[in-house]
Structures are given as C-alpha cells and as structure tokens.
Write a protein that binds this ligand. Structure first.
Ligand code: NAI
Length: 475
C-alpha cells in the first residue's frame, strides 16, 4: 500500500482515540449499522481531502465499512493529527509492519509543495484507475481536477506571474509537470460522478464554477445542511476557538477585549464562546442583517479601524480576504493575539506583514509566532494565519463532527447510487435526510422528542413523519 504519514508507530495511540470518538459519533455508527448489509458504496473510489483528524478517521472507516475504496489527504498543511493518520493507514486489523488500512498522504506541517503533492497522490489510483467520487473540504481537490482538465483542453498551462500568490505558483508548477496529452486530469474529471463539499468557502467556489459554466460534475453542498452549518460551524467553533487560543497562548480570556470579524455561523459560535470566558466581545460585519443580530445579541458592532489599537484578541471568521491588513497589525497593541478561523489563510495579510521593513518573526513554538516591529512592540500570530482551531488545537470535537460527517456519508451515497437524479449543478440534501441526521443524535443527549398528533400535523400542514419545515425556513 502506498502512503505517506509522519510516524506509523503512533497508530496504537490513534486507534485508542478513534475508539473513544466512535462512542461520541452516534450518527456515523448508526449509518454503519444501517448499511452494513446493503454496502451502498461498493465500487466507489472516494478521494477525500479533509483535515486528517481522529473524527475524520471515523468518517473514513465508515466509508470503507459501506464498501468504498478510499484515498485521503488533509485540506490544510497544519491540521493533520499524526496519530490519526497513522491509525487509518494501519487500519483496525493491521499492524505497523503490515498496514491494512487506507492510503493517507498527510502530516502536520507540510510545505505547500508537499501539500499539493499529497493531493495529487490521493487523486492517483493504483493501476491507472481514477477516483469516481470526491469528498472535499474547501474545494482544493475539485480545483486541481478542474484546472488540470481545463489546461489539458486548452493544450497549455499558463505561466505564473511574479505577483501571483505563492500557492497558485505551486499549483501551476504541479500542473506543468502533470498535465498530459493523454489527458490525465480529463480522465479523472470524466470518471468522477460527483463531489460532496464540506465548508462554506468550498461551496462558494462550486456555485461560482457552476455560474461560469465551468463545473464538470454535480456537487452536493453538505455545508448547507442545517445539521452541518448550524451545528459544526457554530457549536463546533464555540468549542474549538477557545481550545486554539488556550493551547497556543494560555492567555486569560476573561476581561480582555476580543474582536470577531464576521457574524455568520462561525462568528456567532466564536463570539458566544469568548463572551462565555468573560471577554468583552466586539463584532465587525458588512451585512446589516448579521450586524443587527450581533447588536441584539448584546455585542458592540463597529469597524476594525475603531478598535484595532485597543483590542487584545482578534479572530477572523469571514471567509473573505484581507480582513486584517499589515497596516492594522502595525497599529495593534503589544502582544495582541491575531488569529483566523476561516477556511483560507488570506483573511490576515501575512505576506504584507512579512514585508514591513525591520519586522522580525520569531517562533515561540510550532504554529505560534511573535512578530516584532522596529519599535519593540510585538503581536502573536496563531497558525501563520491559517485556521487556528485546527492549527493550534484539534478542531471540533467528535459529537458535532458526527452531524457533519453523517451528512457527508449520506451525500456520498446519494451521488454514487442515484447519479442520474443529480444533474450538473450544486444541490443540497433533501430536508428529510437533514432531519434524519438530527434524529440520530438525540438519544445520546437524552432528548425526548414530542410526537405530533395527526390533527396537529394537518393543522400546521406537515406530515407526522416530517419534514417539519419548508425549505425556506432558516432555523
Ligand atoms: P458565513 O457566510 O455564515 O459568515 C461569514 C460572515 O462574514 C458573513 O456574515 C459576512 O457578512 C461576513 N463578512 C464578509 N466580509 C466581511 C468583512 N470584510 N468584514 C466583516 N465581516 C465580513 O460563513 P461561515 O459559515 O460562518 O464560515 C466562515 C468561514 O469559516 C468560511 O471560510 C468557512 O469555510 C470557515 N469554516 C471554518 C471552520 C473551522 O473549523 N475553522 C468550520 C466551519 C467553517
């Protein structure tokens, strides 16, 4: 089996944590049981690009339990948990000397070149086969396949401009080496029945591609299942934003002024958690609806310019770019903590920070750096501007990821087994499946659900078995 992880000897530790996680992931375990006999993913060759954590290990082994062949990478250079990667490679029945699990190409602290090499490896099936499904988080695997196929059709890969972002230069370099006249990427694009996308940022990319007529296969937007974005993005970040800050700095949050940029699902979770720790939270927003929500939730809402010199902790959660600029950072107070929890690292202008004349970067420990300005003040930047909850901590806990990943598995089954029902475009799972995911998580929390009577159901115009809300309902 081909694979590349940091250290296979970590597998035993990884396996113990996977076993603990399984107990906390009732949705995934129920799906395993429900589909054990029918094996709906037999014949599926799933390439996954999603943070290689313990929770993801349970997802991967669920896909395998349903019959799929799987190859995996992380979707971020810092988010791999090396013991999880090792355990998945060794597998539940293998040994370090005889790994029998799933090929994983991921380790914590990859370079950008290594990151894209890993993505290429996971998309390359042994024996010249191609994957027929993609499970993506942020859209990098989907992007590589689309760009490869596009340039194969055009017959040439463009040359990078000097001022292109570093990562784009790496991607173009990889495509210069791999785009082929036999159509290596075209073959993959033609073989893929569809992609299921995990996060807000990846979903934006998919809608854009579809709008521009570039999308090559159908997609299911897993992020906008209610049991994903209203849970993982919100309650997951409510847990892991604090974990990231604590593990990185252990600074007391109570009494500090914390700025959360963006009051979407992620921002709502972060602001709530920081307030729970006793911070005075200030929100920035561009959307009047979200700004009004933040105000009514009791937060001061203002611009970053107003508070940049006085706040202690900054967390960006916008999915947008250039939120905290080099100029902002130059104005911050001594030892302000600067972090991002959005998907990509361009929310904070790290390249601009590095260009400030006389600035000195110093590593406190991996993924925690001070940047000292010529006047002696410094700021603390977490995870080099990449998502801090996965770079500095271990991401979301199992229970909330069970919701997200049960949606992922159901979406993979839908696209793989009912391919013809999903025309080219971006789809969300039907509401009855969303409700099913929620239902699978109630018992574990001791929730007793009230049953609608037939007359009540008729009165509000729904079926006793659901769905209980129209598609436009916003929760
Ligand atoms: P969202 O779209 O619900 O929220 C983003 C908010 O930022 C919106 O309300 C928008 O109006 C606001 N915004 C945009 N530009 C802004 C600006 N210049 N200044 C202030 N506010 C601005 O998106 P969601 O679901 O909250 O996701 C945010 C990011 O977090 C995405 O990149 C997503 O992929 C990522 N994500 C990260 C997770 C993690 O574990 N680190 C988990 C889930 C999502």
């Amino acid at each position: 089996m081909d694979f590349k992880v940091a250290d296979l000897s970590l597998a035993a530790f990884g396996r113990k944590e996977i076993q603990l996680a399984e107990h906390e992931m009732p949705g995934l375990m129920a799906v395993r049981k429900d589909y054990a006999a029918s094996q709906p993913l037999r014949g599926a060759k799933i390439m996954g690009s999603l943070h290689m954590t313990i929770q993801t290990a349970v997802l991967i082994e669920t896909l395998v339990a349903l019959g799929a062949e799987v190859r995996w990478v992380s979707c971020n250079i810092f988010s791999t948990q090396d013991h999880a990667a090792a355990a998945v490679v060794v597998g539940p029945n293998g040994t370090v000397d005889d790994p029998q699990g799933v090929p994983v190409f991921a380790w914590k602290g990859e370079t950008l070149e290594e990151y894209w090499w890993c993505t290429e490896q996971a998309l390359t099936w042994p024996g010249g086969d191609a994957p027929n499904m993609i499970l993506d988080d942020g859209g990098d695997a989907t992007l590589l396949v689309h760009k490869g196929a596009e340039y194969e059709k055009a017959g040439a890969v463009p040359t990078a401009d000097e001022d292109d972002p570093e990562e784009w230069k790496v991607i173009l370099d990889l495509l210069h080496r791999t785009v082929s006249s036999e159509g290596r990427w075209t073959k993959i694009a033609e073989s893929v029945k569809g992609v299921t996308e995990e996060t807000t940022t990846g979903v934006h990319r998919l809608y854009d591609m579809h709008k521009n007529g570039q999308l090559l296969f159908p997609a299911i937007n897993v992020n906008d299942s209610v049991t994903k974005s209203k849970f993982d993005n919100k309650y997951g970040c409510r847990h892991s934003v604090i974990d990231g800050l604590n593990r990185a700095t252990d600074v007391l949050i109570g009494g500090k002024v914390a700025v959360v940029a963006g009051y979407g699902d992620v921002g709502k979770g972060c602001a709530d958690a920081l307030r729970g720790q006793g911070a005075r939270v200030i929100v920035t927003e561009i959307d009047p609806i979200c700004a009004l929500q933040a105000a009514m939730d009791g937060y001061q809402v203002t611009t970053l310019e107003e508070v940049v010199e006085t706040a202690d902790i900054f967390v960006t959660a916008t999915g947008n770019f250039n939120i905290i600029t080099a100029d902002h950072m130059a104005r911050m107070k001594h030892q302000a903590i600067v972090s991002n929890i959005g998907h990509f690292d361009n929310e904070i202008d790290m390249a601009g920070l590095a260009k400030i004349p006389g600035i000195v970067k110093d590593e406190v420990k991996p993924q925690v750096h001070t940047w000292t300005f010529p006047d002696g003040r410094n700021i603390i930047v977490l995870a080099e501007g990449r998502l801090m909850n996965l770079g500095c901590a271990t991401g979301h806990p199992s229970f909330v990821m069970s919701n997200s990943f049960t949606n992922q598995v159901i979406a993979q089954i839908e696209l793989f087994t009912k391919t013809d029902d999903y025309e080219l475009g971006v789809h969300v799972l039907p509401k009855h499946l969303d409700e099913r995911v929620a239902r699978l998580h109630l018992d574990a929390l001791g929730v007793k659900l009230t049953t609608l009577s037939k007359v009540q159901a008729e009165y509000i115009g729904v079926d006793v078995e659901g769905p209980y809300k129209p598609d436009h309902y916003r929760y």
